[in-house]
Design a protein around this ligand. Structure first.
Ligand code: URA
Length: 261
């Protein structure tokens, strides 16, 4: 509706209304509130969905805690105060997946307390079957090698491996497996108290010396775990490379000299 009032009159009327406390303007056409459409309400399902999006997700169970196998192995091995207890601790160790694929724990063979402790890599098929290290073809060659310098597992040599369980398809030990199981090997050496360690091949060198390269390392006396250490070619490698037996023989003689001195 067009105003009939001039500007100054309209302004004066407005100011007069404000003076009387008017706070709201209403139109000159009445509003029928019964006809006004109600404010649309949010659909409950949408509200629930929005709340679900905004709310933090609460898991039903606490997230699984990542367990460090090396820490568990260190704790388990530290509690073993003799070799028999260490074997029990290793048999009960569940953090290493290799255990689930193996038939037996391959702990050690020979004479605990012998001056020479031989450390190999891991059990193969025969070792896994019998639960003893170095019983297959490589083990038979090892026995001959030791015999050549008057050592034998039944009298004066003690044999074990870096891994006590056979890896699937005889694959090489991974750095993670070596690191996880190293506390057991360290404890084993401490409890067996040998005078010398003989490391058969790269995996044993990796575990004990923290380095590989057996062609360069073999025959060079080193020190680890507080003991003199002799890296040698692995007997399985010698079976495949018989021309390397000459070097292995030289290394055995160097061990024999140390044992005599
Ligand atoms: N090779 C190893 O290193 N250890 C064994 O016990 C058998 C084969």
């Amino acid at each position: 509706m067009e105003s009939q009032l001039d500007y100054h009159t309209a302004k004066a009327l407005l100011e007069w209304q404000v003076e009387f406390g008017v706070t709201e303007t209403i139109s000159d056409v009445p509003v029928n509130r019964f006809e006004v459409a109600p404010e649309p309400k949010a659909k409950p399902v949408l509200v629930a969905a929005a709340q679900a999006r905004a709310a933090p997700v609460r898991p039903m169970h606490p997230a699984p805690v990542e367990v460090d196998g090396t820490v568990l192995a260190r704790a388990a091995s530290a509690g073993a105060h003799d070799i028999a207890a260490l074997k029990v601790a290793m048999a009960g160790f569940e953090a290493c997946e290799l255990k689930r694929g193996a038939r037996n724990l391959v702990f050690a063979d020979g004479t605990p307390g012998a001056r020479v402790m031989v450390i190999g890599e891991a059990p193969g098929r025969e070792e896994d079957r019998d639960g003893l290290p170095f019983v297959g073809a490589a083990g038979q060659l090892l026995d001959k090698m030791l015999g050549a310098i008057d050592l034998s597992r039944t009298e004066n040599a003690y044999l074990t491996n870096v891994l006590p369980w056979r890896p699937p398809q005889n694959r090489e030990a991974t750095p993670e497996e070596i690191a996880m199981l190293l506390p057991f090997l360290e404890r084993h050496v401490t409890l067996a108290k040998p005078d010398f360690l003989v490391l058969m091949g790269n995996v044993a060198c990796q575990a004990v010396l923290g380095k590989r390269g057996i062609t360069r390392l073999r025959g060079e006396w080193d020190e680890a775990m507080g003991l003199p250490v002799l890296p040698m070619f692995h007997p399985a490698y010698l079976l495949r490379n018989p021309e390397k037996k000459r070097e292995a023989w030289a290394d055995l003689l160097s061990l024999k000299v140390r044992l005599r001195d």
